[in-house]
Structures are given as structure tokens and as C-alpha cells.
Ligand binder design. Structure first.
Ligand code: GAL
Length: 368
């Protein structure tokens, strides 16, 4: 598959401004560790990790793994952590030596959990930070305790990742480039063609945007790049509303209900930064008497099973597969590499996959 990350130029990331037309980055954006080779996910394939595990003669069964998840109630991170635990066990770790902590979306809570893991002497930490801006503080205390660290899902910024490299620390990040997912969302809509989208015949794509947590680069980039994909194809856009739904289904439903109440039939496209919020949007659209595919379009990201089924039935226009299997395996493999004296790249990437009616069934099959 084409490696998206490798081609991107490096630049600074700016703070997200929520609101229609807000720009989420300065200049030409890029992944925080853009110099890292794109194919780094392949630097630690499962086979390598299994071989490494074997080389330790079952030693992994005695290794203690601490996992911090920003919030257990998040649908996508639930898939991620379940797969991560199962895969760690398949590599030879003991279930009782894997501890997974719920940060309950509170950085102070998560920081306490990290302190406890350090005191308990875990051998490796896998951390999905509540606030990626807290990464420097987290890294400092984990490195000081001489514990290798694998960040997942919420990418620390470029300067933080540069520190790992400059100091040769056993720290890495595993995740996908959210710009790719945003671009794919926009392409799903653009491919419909203006005639099909422009129900109110004003010559523009009138949309609402439902964002995830704006501190999160995934929310910033998906918001920006979904719209950019439309304008790159020469379509004129009109942002009716841009709201923060914090990755949450209930908030997504409420925000879309409000926007449909306010803008009515002028809403032609609903962009949601993730599928949980798209499921909420689907409900709000039905409640407003609108029909996806007939008088409105709806896209999400993640490819949750329920959403793939909705894409097949037409209840949701499309989504983007956020590969929790590849990401959880890569993070476990990276942990094993550190534990067995090997190194990792400082950025371990993964590709998204566009999901429409054409391939939703095969994505569903691959998730079984
Ligand atoms: C995104 C995912 C969202 C949410 C978020 C948490 O990658 O698409 O559904 O889980 O991570 O940071």
C-alpha cells in the first residue's frame, strides 16, 4: 500500500481553532516525526516480535506490562485495548502481568496511574495519553525510571518526538496519520459529484463538522483535511456549523440535531471525526425525517462493525478504517523489541482504508 507518511514535509502544528473555516495548522502540515521512514510498521513485524519472544525462552511471561488508556468508554480504544491484550498474550505475556488502567479522560488520574506503574516496577509502558501535551512530563518520569515507553493513538508533538531521537531514549509512537483519514472522508463525498450533493442548488457543498477532542491531532487534521479534499477537487464549500462532540455518540447526536434544527434542508453533508459521533448523527438525521443518500450524506472514521453494516445498507455514506489490529500489534511488537534489547523507529505508522459500499463487506469480514 502506498505509504502516505513518507511524502509529507515537516512543519509546526498550530493550535486547533474550532469554528467554520478555522485553519488547524500553519503552513504545510506534516506528521510530527515526518523524517521517520514510512514503512516503520514493518520494522517490527509480528514474526520478528515472535522470534524475539522465542529468543528470550519464554521470558515474556514474567514481564510486567502497564497499559494506560485515556478513557475506557471510547468505542475505538475499547477495540484497540482488547486486541492489544489478546495479542500480548499470544506473544507469551501472562494475562496477570498485563495491567490496563482507565484514565477516565482525566490527565491527573492517568498521571497517578503512571506513577503507580513506575513504583510497581513494570518492565514496559504502553500509553494512550489523555492530553498529548502532557507527553514531555510523562516521558521524563518514565525515562528516569529506565522503563521503555510506547505511546499509542494520541501523538505527541514534533519537538517531543525529536527529544526521544536526540537522546536515544527507548520511546516510540505507534499511530496513523489523521490527515490521510480526513482526506479519505472528503474524497468519499467529492466522488459523489456536486450534482448529487447540492440539494439546495447553491453551487456549494453545505456541511456541518462534528469534531473530536480538539486537543487531539486526529480531530484537528480530520477536520481540516476532509474539507481540503473537497476544495482540492474544485468544489466550493460552505461550513454551516463546526462543533466539538469529544468523540462521543450522545454529544454527536445532540449537536447534529441542533444543527439540523437550525439549518434544516441546507445541511447536505455531515462530517464526523469518528464513527461514534456518526452513529449519533445517524439517529439525529432519522429523527429530523431526513434520509442519508437521498437528501443528506454522512461520513465517519474508524469502521466500527455497526457503521460498516450501515454503510452496506446505505444508512451511512462511508467511513475510514482505523486499523486497531495493525496498531495494537505494532505497539506490542515495539514493546517486545525494547524488552529484548532491540530498538524501534521513533514513529511507527499505519495506513487508513477508505470504506464505501464497495468494500464494507470485506472490511467486516477482515474484522471477524
Ligand atoms: C481516534 C479514533 C476516535 C477516538 C480517538 C481517541 O483515532 O478515531 O474514535 O478513539 O482516536 O483519541
Amino acid at each position: 500500500m502506498k505509504k502516505f507518511l513518507a511524502t509529507m514535509a515537516s512543519t509546526l502544528m498550530a493550535v486547533s481553532l474550532v469554528g467554520c473555516g478555522a485553519s488547524t495548522s500553519a503552513g504545510t502540515p506534516a506528521p510530527a516525526a515526518s523524517e521517520a521512514p514510512a514503512a516503520t510498521a514493518e520494522a517490527a513485524p509480528a514474526a520478528t516480535a515472535e522470534a524475539a519472544a522465542a529468543a528470550t525462552d519464554g521470558d515474556l511471561s514474567t514481564k510486567k506490562v502497564g497499559v494506560c488508556i485515556y478513557q475506557f468508554s471510547d468505542n475505538f480504544m475499547t477495540l484497540f485495548r482488547t486486541e492489544l491484550e489478546n495479542y500480548l498474550i499470544s506473544l507469551g505475556f501472562s494475562k496477570e502481568n498485563i495491567t490496563i488502567a482507565d484514565g477516565a479522560n482525566d490527565q491527573a488520574t492517568q498521571t497517578n496511574q503512571i506513577d503507580t506503574f513506575i513504583t510497581d516496577g513494570v518492565d514496559v509502558l504502553i500509553i494512550n495519553p489523555v492530553n498529548s501535551s502532557s507527553a514531555a512530563t510523562i516521558t521524563d518520569k518514565v525515562v528516569a525510571a529506565n522503563i521503555p515507553l510506547v505511546y499509542i493513538n494520541r501523538e505527541p508533538d514534533e519537538s517531543e518526538e525529536a527529544r526521544w531521537k536526540d537522546n536515544g531514549w527507548k520511546v516510540t509512537y505507534v499511530g496513523c496519520d489523521a490527515r490521510q483519514s480526513g482526506t479519505m472522508q472528503g474524497e468519499i463525498i467529492a466522488d459523489l459529484g456536486l450534482d448529487a450533493i447540492d440539494f439546495n442548488k447553491n453551487g456549494k457543498v453545505d456541511y456541518i463538522m462534528i469534531e473530536g477532542d480538539p486537543e487531539n491531532v486526529d480531530a484537528q487534521y480530520r477536520t481540516e483535511f476532509s474539507v481540503k479534499a473537497l476544495t482540492d477537487k474544485g468544489l466550493e464549500v460552505n461550513c454551516l456549523s463546526d462543533q466539538v462532540g469529544n468523540w462521543d455518540q450522545t454529544q454527536g447526536q445532540q449537536l447534529v440535531a441542533n444543527a439540523l434544527g437550525q439549518f434544516g434542508n441546507d445541511v447536505e453533508v455531515v462530517f464526523c471525526n469518528n464513527d461514534a459521533m456518526a452513529l449519533g448523527a445517524k439517529q439525529a438525521i432519522a429523527d429530523a425525517g431526513r434520509t442519508v443518500g437521498k437528501d443528506i450524506y454522512l461520513v465517519g472514521v474508524d469502521a466500527l462493525t455497526e457503521v460498516c453494516e450501515d454503510v452496506l445498507s446505505g444508512a451511512i455514506t462511508g467511513t475510514v478504517f482505523n486499523d486497531h489490529i495493525a496498531q495494537s500489534h505494532s505497539s506490542a511488537d515495539a514493546a517486545v523489541n525494547f524488552l529484548t534489547g532491540k530498538t524501534n523507529e521513533y514513529y511507527i505508522g499505519c495506513d487508513y482504508v477508505k470504506v464505501t459500499k464497495d468494500n464494507a463487506q470485506s472490511i467486516l469480514d477482515s474484522l471477524k
